[in-house]
Design a protein around this ligand. Structure first.
Ligand code: SF4
Length: 154
């Protein structure tokens, strides 16, 4: 997996103070996409063990308490990202007690395959669906267009 941006302290992309990771790779090609540069899987930087360890460290950093992590992109549920995101969310569960996990994807919740669902079973919130320009509404919170749904899963 590769990634475009990592914000160790973020108050914009999700509730509270969080870590945010924007991964590379998206197949949805939504017209008006806010993050076109992330579409190619081979764009951005390698997401290596060092980066994964850094996220775990940041989430456990008591000097700046984080509510959790936001995983966006690109698409964290792109089939080629799924094994890496699954490994990351499993580690967060095991090593970062009490931190919430939010994931943004262009897929719809009811069209996810078994591997993608394994991730969804471990996260708190899934914001799903493609961005639809005609349904864009700047008043919406945590989503760009009104077709997208914020699923509070647990
Ligand atoms: S799903 Fe998100 S990142 Fe992918 S094309 Fe649509 S708006 Fe862009």
């Amino acid at each position: 997996m590769r990634y475009h941006q990592y914000y160790p302290v973020d108050i914009v992309n999700g509730p509270g103070t969080r870590c945010t990771l924007f991964v590379s790779g998206c197949v949805h090609e939504c017209p008006g996409c806010y993050n076109k540069s992330t579409w190619r899987l081979n764009s951005g930087l390698p997401f290596d063990d060092e980066m994964e360890n850094r996220i775990i460290r940041d989430l456990n950093d008591t000097r700046i308490p984080r509510q959790g992590i936001s995983l966006s992109g690109g698409d964290p549920l792109h089939p080629q990202n799924v094994p890496h995101i699954l490994r990351l969310v499993k580690r967060i569960h095991k090593e970062c007690a009490g931190k919430d996990i939010w994931v943004w994807t262009g897929y719809k919740l009811d069209e996810l395959n078994d591997a993608q669902r394994e991730i969804v079973d471990l996260i708190n919130v899934l914001v799903d669906g493609k961005f639809v320009q005609d349904l864009k509404d700047p008043a919406l919170i945590w989503r760009g267009s009104s077709n997208q749904v914020v699923h509070h899963l647990r």
